[in-house]
Design a protein around this ligand. Sequence first.
Ligand SMILES: CC(C)(COP(=O)(O)OP(=O)(O)OC[C@H]1O[C@@H](n2cnc3c(N)ncnc32)[C@H](O)[C@@H]1OP(=O)(O)O)[C@@H](O)C(=O)NCCC(=O)NCCS
Length: 218
Amino acid sequence: MADAKALGAFVLSGVGVRVPPSAPCGAAHLSPARQLLESAGRKDGGMGLSFELDPPLTDDLRAAIVALWVDVTNAGGAVGFVPPVTAGDIGPTADAALDAVAAGRDHLLVGIDGGRPVALLFVADNGHALKDHWRVLKRVMVAPDGQGRGYGAALMREAATVAEKMGLAGLQVTVRAGTGTEDFYARLGYREVGRVPRALRVAPGDDRDEIIMWRGLD
Ligand SMILES: CC(C)(COP(=O)(O)OP(=O)(O)OC[C@H]1O[C@@H](n2cnc3c(N)ncnc32)[C@H](O)[C@@H]1OP(=O)(O)O)[C@@H](O)C(=O)NCCC(=O)NCCS
């Protein structure tokens, strides 16, 4: 379970104003980039999950994201760490990822259910002039108590919608071999396009391939 204090504070402070795509005045105060990305706030098919793109990065939201990342890792999720971890372990990596969002380089897509963040991913810029037409989806995660309910698939569908609005040609994900997660992505239209052998040392004597998966966007 995520850190109750952090999530409680998050619920109290909320996540900012959601802008429905159809709101006639909503776009007026948004940057051109935000106008492109205004799928934020969309509800997904009746499952109680809604999405926020680049919500205000309050201290409460930052803490809730770290708590979610810790929970997912400690439940066995492959999001950059090996359990057991604490907020202190995840914090610096999370800060760097969120700072890139705050700087406008990357984007953060958060799935919210019952007022708390239950899913997230980062849409990461390649930082490369010749790779500006595609992005990498990183840290794809769903809260352990929300997994297996379609949230992950909904999150990925929303990310594809965001990417299409950005005019991107494709999306990449990288997967830790041995977790089975490549089947999750394959169901969503991603196919393996490469594999770096033994790229990930999850423990002494336990090296895993890193699988590169790609989905083109029409
Ligand atoms: C992987 C993850 C994001 C999937 O989210 P989820 O909400 O549990 O998945 P969904 O309920 O939307 O499942 C969608 C489909 O993918 C399948 N699926 C989900 N997780 C899977 C897995 N780990 N391996 C194989 N298939 C999986 C489901 O069975 C479902 O199939 P269906 O469409 O035939 O019913 C989630 O389990 C998670 O956060 N895992 C820990 C973090 C992690 O490892 N992230 C991957 C980083 S590369």
